[in-house]
Design a protein around this ligand. Structure first.
Ligand SMILES: Nc1ncnc2c1ncn2[C@@H]1O[C@H](COP(=O)(O)OP(=O)(O)OP(=O)(O)O)[C@@H](O)[C@H]1O
Ligand SMILES: [Mg+2]
Length: 269
């Protein structure tokens, strides 16, 4: 259903993503891992068409995505919703209005200016918030919520678009372990129950192993691993993250949790 063919992004002399090629034939949950600067965000941004590819193609259900323009490009962006590390909510706006922002693409400028939302959309927003366990937060300002709650509001906003794909760029990087788990559980549940594809950039191996059906490892813009969590061995992890990281058998599962991604050196406890 989703096919990337030699997708490449260059910034001047720098090749941020180098001929990324892979096929996804069913709505899986995919984790993308790699050191800082490996090209993970650039890849997601090209998929969502926030950024244009320098070369290559994206096909979704046989349709060419990389060349879509104007309204067709916006329509694609609502079919493939994006979630960010910093949630990107409007802090002073209430939660339900933030969620309703997910419908902006299909509302008129007039309705947007005057904050006019159809009753059906309001019901839908509350239902989604309820599903994510935060319906009681609906009237509060977004800034009054915890990080984990704010990320669930961002997920709710994405779900308002009824997307086929959810792209998440380090969705739990700013969260404590408990909230990280709540957010990853929510993404996994949305994937399983709704059959939506989830592609998430993740900064820890453990999270990728635990939640994803498939893991893609990037290094210096290139895809150096594409397989199941079981295939993600210590040797493979070393190849993705580079020498210098502590990948001894006993340490593998936890060491990378505390890996400084800038240097790939374990952070002293
Ligand atoms: N707008 C830009 N202009 C120039 N270079 C860029 C731009 N965006 C990204 N790059 C470069 O492309 C490379 C890949 O960056 P990208 O943000 O995709 O990495 P990443 O894997 O998401 O890293 P991180 O884990 O730190 O988020 C880096 O070398 C980065 O400096
Ligand atoms: Mg990034």
């Amino acid at each position: 259903m989703l096919e990337l063919k030699s997708l490449t992004k260059r910034f001047g002399d720098k090749t941020a993503v180098d001929a990324a090629t892979f096929t996804v034939d069913r709505p899986m949950m995919i984790g993308i891992i790699g050191r800082s600067g490996a090209g993970k965000s650039t890849l997601l941004r090209m998929l969502n068409r926030l950024s244009d590819a320098s070369e290559g193609e994206i096909l979704f259900e046989g349709r060419e995505i990389s060349s879509l323009k104007g309204a067709a490009r916006r329509e694609w962006q609502s079919r493939c919703a994006m979630i960010f590390q910093q949630f990107n909510l409007v802090p002073r706006m209430d939660v339900v209005s933030n969620v309703l922002h997910g419908t902006l693409n299909r509302r008129s400028t007039f309705a947007t200016m005057f904050n006019l939302y159809p009753q059906d959309d309001i019901h839908k927003a509350i239902e989604i918030l309820d599903r994510l366990g935060i319906a009681e937060q609906a009237p509060k300002r977004a800034e009054a919520l915890s990080g984990g709650q704010q990320q669930r509001v961002a997920i709710a906003r994405a779900l308002m678009q009824d997307p086929s794909i959810i792209l998440a760029d380090e969705p739990i990087a700013s969260l404590d372990p408990m909230n990280a788990q709540i957010v990853m559980d929510a993404l996994r549940r949305i994937h399983e129950e709704d059959g939506r594809m989830v592609i998430a950039n993740l900064h820890t191996l453990d999270t990728a192993r635990r939640y994803c059906d498939r893991v893609i490892g990037m290094r210096d813009g290139r895809i150096v691993f594409d397989g199941s969590p079981e295939q993600l061995t210590t040797g493979v992890a070393r190849d993705i993250y580079g020498a210098g990281a502590d990948f001894s058998e006993a340490a593998t599962s936890t060491a990378i949790e505390t890996l400084d991604r800038t240097t790939a050196q374990p952070v002293p406890a």
